[in-house]
Design a protein around this ligand. Structure first.
Ligand code: PLP
Length: 441
């Protein structure tokens, strides 16, 4: 049977169709968004053939690049062999992946439950914590983002992502271990900033008041959407001690930070701790939907009633994830993220020196970096960020934006990004910041 080719439509018609058929809440980044038709490693191409270097890796997803041939070959082979089964039958890819994850996950986190999105992984982790502890409530951190389901939205600490008027009320938020006034404090190994100490005091107070009701605390080791917030090295060790003393589990949401993004395989490794439950998504499938939560034998046993996901860990996603993990290991992408990220951070810090009137801060680890624009006037900062994004895009570079006020430029490219890509992006950003400076004096 002949396959009917869709009629080609351009960007304006796509926008019209989105307006006609999508939910009105659907947003795009740009005033003139590119229509992407093809991807190849660190590059994507629009319908005119224009090339963009993707410094946001989709949304921090394609760590090994777009359409990486070594990975897609495996996906296609599996798609043509057996595209769907579930845990009610026996197939090899899912168990191979679970075994492989047990090797790369920190500590004794060796049991994996597969699902399809970051939200679903976090929802499952919160449920598991309730089942294990027999307690109902949660602690979360201001500025954290954990998903779109009712419970994951309830633990999300960014008001713009909290749409549901009926959020679960048993969530207490503690402040972030972050304060603009304390940026780049020189700390010794175990030293904490005043903001980190205040955050721990708040945690202690919540645990003292209602620790007997709290099942878990959920956090991103390094906040992504909240504006690339890196706690002081010793912070999570103290958090873990306090939680352990009250029988409260620590869930680390590694949906963004997992699989090399921060220059360690998992973000928690920067802080020398192992959480009780870890959640994963984004980079794991290299663009194919797969997510998971993992825990120890003892905690996993608490999920006692039958539970399974129709699509979770399906064979196509599982073989793709295995190919992603092979590629990350063989190409030393974790180390490369640390090295390339270090070089990019130095270059961004130099730009901060040159444009101090606009660039307030550069922060992050590995290839998860943020540049905050106008911290003391974030509304104007957000408008400038949009202007910068648009001009970067016109010059062939896609970057992201985040932060509570959306005034932080986000640099989270595929981990395969080259030195030359970094250099050309920095040169273009330099020119764009210079123009912005001239037109906003
Ligand atoms: N957790 C974190 C840290 C995220 O960044 C995101 C999405 O950006 C999610 C959870 C939700 O993941 P998903 O969109 O796959 O449901």
């Amino acid at each position: 049977m002949e396959h009917k080719q869709p009629t080609y439509i351009g960007p304006e018609q796509i926008i019209d169709k989105r307006k006609a058929y999508f939910y009105p809440c659907t947003q795009h980044f740009y005033q003139k968004p590119p229509q992407l038709v093809r991807g190849s490693m660190q590059y994507v191409f629009d319908e005119q053939g224009k090339r963009y270097t993707d410094f946001f890796a989709g949304v921090s997803v394609v760590a090994c690049g777009h359409c990486n041939e070594e990975i897609t070959r495996e996906s296609v082979r599996q798609l043509q062999t057996l595209q769907h089964t579930t845990t009610i039958y026996l197939t090899q890819p899912m168990v191979d992946l679970a075994e492989r994850l047990a090797e790369v996950l920190p500590g004794d986190l060796r049991r994996t439950f597969f699902c399809n999105s970051g939200s679903e992984a976090n929802e499952g982790a919160l449920l598991l914590a309730r089942m294990y502890t027999g307690k109902s409530d949660f602690i979360s951190m201001e500025g954290g983002l954990h998903g779109r389901t009712n419970l994951t939205m309830s633990v999300t600490g960014i008001p713009m992502w909290q749409t549901d008027p009926y959020l679960y009320p048993g969530v207490t938020f503690i402040p972030r271990p972050f304060d603009h006034k304390e940026l780049h404090a020189q700390l010794s190994e175990n030293e904490l900033t005043p903001a980190a100490r205040r955050s721990l005091e708040a945690l202690q107070a919540v645990l003292d008041a209602k620790g007997d009701k709290i099942a878990a605390m959920i956090v991103e080791p390094i906040q992504g959407n909240g504006g690339i917030i890196v706690p002081p090295k010793g912070y999570y060790r103290e958090v873990k001690k306090l939680l352990d003393a009250h029988g409260v589990l620590l869930i680390m949401d590694e949906v963004q930070t997992g699989f090399g993004r921060t220059g360690q395989m998992f973000g928690c490794e920067h802080f020398g701790i192992v959480p009780d439950i870890i959640t994963m998504a984004k980079a794991l499938g290299g663009g194919v939907p797969i997510a998971a939560f993992a825990s120890t034998d003892t905690i996993a046993a608490a999920l006692s009633k039958p539970s399974a996901s129709t699509f979770g860990g399906n064979p196509v996603s599982a073989v793709t994830a295995l190919a992603v993990l092979d590629y990350i290991e063989r190409e030393r992408l974790v180390q490369r993220a640390a090295e390339r990220g270090g070089a990019l951070k130095s270059a961004l810090l130099e730009l901060q020196q040159r444009y101090p009137a606009h660039v307030s801060d550069v922060r992050g680890e590995g290839l998860m970096l943020g540049m905050e624009i106008l911290a003391d006037n974030p509304t104007r900062g957000a408008a400038l960020v949009d202007q910068i994004l648009e001009q970067m895009k016109d010059n062939g570079i896609l970057i992201g934006k985040n932060g509570l006020n959306r005034n932080v430029l986000a640099f989270q490219p595929p981990l395969i990004i080259t030195e030359d890509d970094v250099q050309s992006m920095v040169n273009i950003l330099d020119q764009v910041l210079a123009q912005i400076g001239e037109s906003n004096v």
